[in-house]
Design a protein around this ligand. Structure first.
Ligand SMILES: Cc1cc2nc3c(=O)[nH]c(=O)nc-3n(C[C@H](O)[C@H](O)[C@H](O)COP(=O)(O)OP(=O)(O)OC[C@H]3O[C@@H](n4cnc5c(N)ncnc54)[C@H](O)[C@@H]3O)c2cc1C
Length: 365
């Protein structure tokens, strides 16, 4: 493995921070651990976490990111051939242009882009480190992690930014048979389902896109949705496509309907005309995801139970009720996961960095 070693100076304050760096062959910078205390530790290296780290670093702070998976781990797990709904410039972070020949970039392009941005800013990213808990207090936090092999790792930081997203925890249906191996809450590729009976549960973009992709690649697709029609948030260029498939009988749609049971060979639907039992080989339950509220509460952050479990925080700075712990990205909206995406979450870093600089650099002088 090729390794470049060097000495890294962080800008803004005349190279106040200086330490040894190693660049792995994958291009991710790894710093010697030592006993150093970081100014800011960002939990979650998704688009929001990267944007927060860049803004904090540009303010002159010493920053480290940790992620339980790879850089942009959630995007990595999106459907292999997905296309974003957003034009490239609205996904940009760190003032780095995102150029794409496509009006809407693909998952691969986005992964390339965010990796390049991380490399450009020499971000210190500890991949495959899952944060299990946090101890200490403001200015003296200790973040407890485990690596891929279950080994314990600790990092110290004055402040924390939590940008852990929502894609790890699917909304479960709570019905018999949901735990069967043929049921998935994530859709990836259509090829394994050729000629088979596939049920897609859900009425939003993910369900519509998966149903269309499966049908176009030879699966026999049924979609079931509890609403009277596909959700109003389905993108304007996807909606006529899926609705025409229903009209032509190419995809069978059951609306105002729910799934009550899944067995090895069937699915049981409750429809306005009564119970329907369908032969079935695979189920994609694409009914959304939610942030890890347990993790957030374990940090001491309060959730507003009257308001979709929105975390209690200062809207101007995104600092939570726990001093020194900031929240960023989709988790800021609690259960309303359709309110914050990359397009608007990427600006959270600016708000947080401003507050951090005022607090930390004032302390340091
Ligand atoms: C199919 C699909 C298409 C989408 N298309 C668009 C679009 O076109 N435009 C748009 O703006 N948005 C889009 N979104 C939404 C957007 O991708 C998310 O809102 C965005 O990824 C949220 O960014 P984030 O950084 O807050 O969270 P994430 O991208 O989810 O990043 C969170 C990171 O935290 C890490 N993490 C979680 N827990 C821990 C832990 N305990 N320890 C360490 N690391 C942890 C995860 O591994 C992950 O890398 C789409 C979403 C989906 C599912």
């Amino acid at each position: 493995m090729r390794q470049n070693a060097g000495r890294m100076l962080f800008g803004g304050r005349g190279g106040r921070y200086s330490f040894k760096v190693h660049r792995s062959c994958a291009g991710v910078v790894e710093y010697g651990m030592g006993e150093m205390t970081f100014d800011v530790l960002v939990i979650g290296a998704g688009p929001t976490g990267l944007a927060c780290a860049i803004d904090a670093q540009r303010a002159g702070l010493r920053v480290v990111l940790v992620d339980k998976g790879c850089v942009c781990n959630s995007l990595f797990h999106y459907p292999a051939h997905m296309t974003f709904f957003t034009t490239p410039e609205l996904l940009e972070i760190g003032d780095m242009p995102f150029s794409s020949p496509n009006q809407k970039p693909t998952r691969s392009e986005a992964l390339e882009y965010y990796r390049k941005v991380a490399e450009h800013y020499d971000l210190d990213i500890r991949q495959y480190h899952r944060v299990e808990s946090v101890s200490g207090r403001d200015m003296q936090y200790v973040v407890h992690m485990v690596d891929r092999f279950g080994r314990a790792v600790e990092l110290r930081s004055r402040k924390l930014i939590v940008s852990t997203g929502y894609y790890d925890l699917p909304n479960h249906l709570g019905i018999p048979g949901e735990d069967l191996g043929k049921v998935a809450h994530y859709y990836n590729e259509p090829h394994p389902y050729y000629g088979l009976n596939v049920l897609v549960i859900g009425g939003k973009n993910s369900a519509a896109i998966a149903a269309l992709d499966l049908w176009r690649h030879g699966a026999k697709v049924t979609l079931v949705h509890r609403g009277a029609e596909m959700h109003r948030h389905v993108k304007y260029w996807i909606l006529p496509d899926i609705n025409n498939r229903f009209k032509n009988g190419e995809v069978t749609g059951y609306f105002e309907s729910t799934v009550s049971e899944i067995t090895e060979d069937t699915v049981v639907l409750q429809t306005p005309s009564g119970e329907v039992i369908l032969a079935n080989n695979f189920v994609f339950a694409l009914t959304g995801y939610h942030p890890d509220f347990e993790f957030i509460e374990k940090l001491g952050v309060k959730l507003d139970l009257e308001d979709d479990r929105v975390p209690v925080l200062n809207e101007a700075t995104l600092e939570s009720n726990v001093p020194g712990i900031y929240l960023a990205g989709v988790i800021v909206a609690g259960e309303r996961t359709n309110e914050i995406f990359i397009e608007n979450g990427r600006f959270h870093g600016g708000l947080i960095a401003k507050d951090l600089a005022e607090k930390l650099l004032a302390v340091a002088v």
